[in-house]
Design a protein around this ligand. Structure first.
Ligand SMILES: [Zn+2]
Length: 423
């Protein structure tokens, strides 16, 4: 929903951030619900071995079809039967072996869709207590051995607690704690309000965020932390403040200032941090305030949304050999052509509606893209999902992981999901 054109995207993001969105009431954290456990275990058993799956799974080239339900058409076939009452026993011919019918495209269409991975990961309330590692890509992966950022710290408070998304890779959680204390001590910032990090086992989420799947991404509010401890209800309902002026192309000087510049600069200063995502208007304000030291600005990447909070992303930790590295950022400060291109996009007139055809034609049904299933994620994620807390001693062998292609040009929102800067 954040990819639907500037104005609409901004509006929806504004509503989303202001209201905390429509979160389904979740059971209390720190347990793994029985139903979810069964679903996860079933899915985990079926998903990681496509070569072992008979029938449709081996005939399709679509990875998403290699799923928990791939066996359904053949599994449901009735066994051959013989009417023993119609003829004497001696005349009963042995029943012919009945070949299971090859599933037709109609059968395939009828087959239930695989369980969305976001349902499985969204149902898990506790981390997989196995060796910490980030697995897969930022927008297609999961997290083992997560630790929780305590909801209160000397210089931070976690927000929207009902989401249970204050989990991260231990490296990120440690960095956030250090970052919070440094902005308080060195930048005279009252403290951080920390938004979403990841779910207990990472993975796709039921709402919001394409990334945040590896425990390596964290959202930090631009709003300074109040001096008092917020109640749980305030943490759910407190509205964040937009940093944008009414033109949506510049910052609102009434709320944007030196403090916000300092905390973004400090986040970008850590070697572990590879990217800090902010709205293009905020990037512009940072470019203007950047001074002579421009190096930190190269990590600050313009992106849709990100005017209530900024997004801090660390690189793949050394303990995570199957974490997919992102493309390196372009070397310059990003304040020139790249930013100009973003502003062209932000100010572009909305696309004209297509002229209606003269003769009324039946509308083609548009199949929505299926959500990620467990089979779309690295096989290790099935282990993470099904883990019952056994202590693991060895890491799996590292897979060859290619970094994604570098992207420097802004693209239309819908195409942005897969780029290195995707939120
Ligand atoms: Zn984010």
């Amino acid at each position: 929903m954040r990819f639907c054109g500037t104005n609409f995207g901004l509006l929806v993001t504004a509503i989303f951030a202001a209201t905390g969105s429509a979160w389904a009431a979740e059971s209390p954290p720190f347990f793994f619900s029985d139903t979810a456990a069964k679903a996860a275990a079933a899915a985990a058993a079926a998903a990681p071995a496509p070569t072992a799956a008979p029938g449709p799974a081996s005939t399709t080239t679509n990875a998403t079809a290699n799923s928990v339900d791939a066996d359904a058409p053949t599994g449901d076939a009735a066994p051959p039967t013989v009417d023993v009452n119609s003829k004497p026993k001696s005349e009963i011919a042995p029943a012919k072996a009945v070949k299971p019918a090859t599933p037709t495209s109609e059968d395939k269409a009828k087959a239930p869709a695989p369980i969305a991975a976001k349902k499985l990961f969204g149902a898990v309330k506790a981390p997989a207590s196995i060796k910490a590692r980030a697995i897969g890509a930022y927008s297609r992966g999961c997290l083992a051995g997560a630790t929780a950022l305590p909801i209160d710290g000397p210089a931070w408070q976690a927000m929207r607690l009902s989401r249970n998304r204050n989990w991260g890779h231990p490296k990120l959680v440690a960095l956030l704690e250090k970052y919070a204390s440094e902005v308080k001590q060195k930048d005279r910032w009252p403290g951080l309000l920390v938004g979403d990090i990841s779910q207990p086992r990472g993975g796709p989420m039921l709402t919001g965020h394409a990334s945040h799947q590896l425990g390596l991404d964290a959202d930090i509010w631009f709003t300074p932390m109040p001096s008092r401890r917020l109640s749980n209800s305030e943490r759910e309902n407190l509205a964040a403040t937009s940093m944008l002026a009414s033109d949506n192309l510049s910052v609102n000087k009434k709320v944007w200032g030196e403090g916000q510049i300092n905390i973004v600069r400090r986040a970008a200063s850590y070697p572990e941090v590879e990217r800090v995502l902010v709205h293009p208007a905020i990037k512009k304000a940072l470019c203007e305030a950047g001074g002579t030291d421009r190096k930190w600005l190269s990590k600050v990447r313009p992106y849709w949304g990100h005017f209530y909070h900024f997004h801090v992303r660390i690189g793949c930790p050394a303990d995570s050999p199957t974490c997919t590295k992102q493309a390196p950022i372009p070397g310059d400060d990003g304040c020139g052509k790249e930013l100009d291109d973003w502003f062209k996009l932000l100010t572009a007139p909305p696309p004209k509606p297509k002229p209606k055809p003269q003769v009324a034609q039946p509308a083609k049904p548009v199949k929505p893209k299926p959500p990620l299933s467990l089979a779309d994620l690295p096989a290790e994620c099935s282990t993470v999902l099904a883990s019952d807390g056994r202590i693991e001693t060895a890491s799996p062998p590292p897979a060859a992981v290619k970094p994604a292609k570098a992207t420097t040009k802004p693209r239309k929102p819908a195409e942005h999901k897969a780029t290195a800067d995707a939120q």
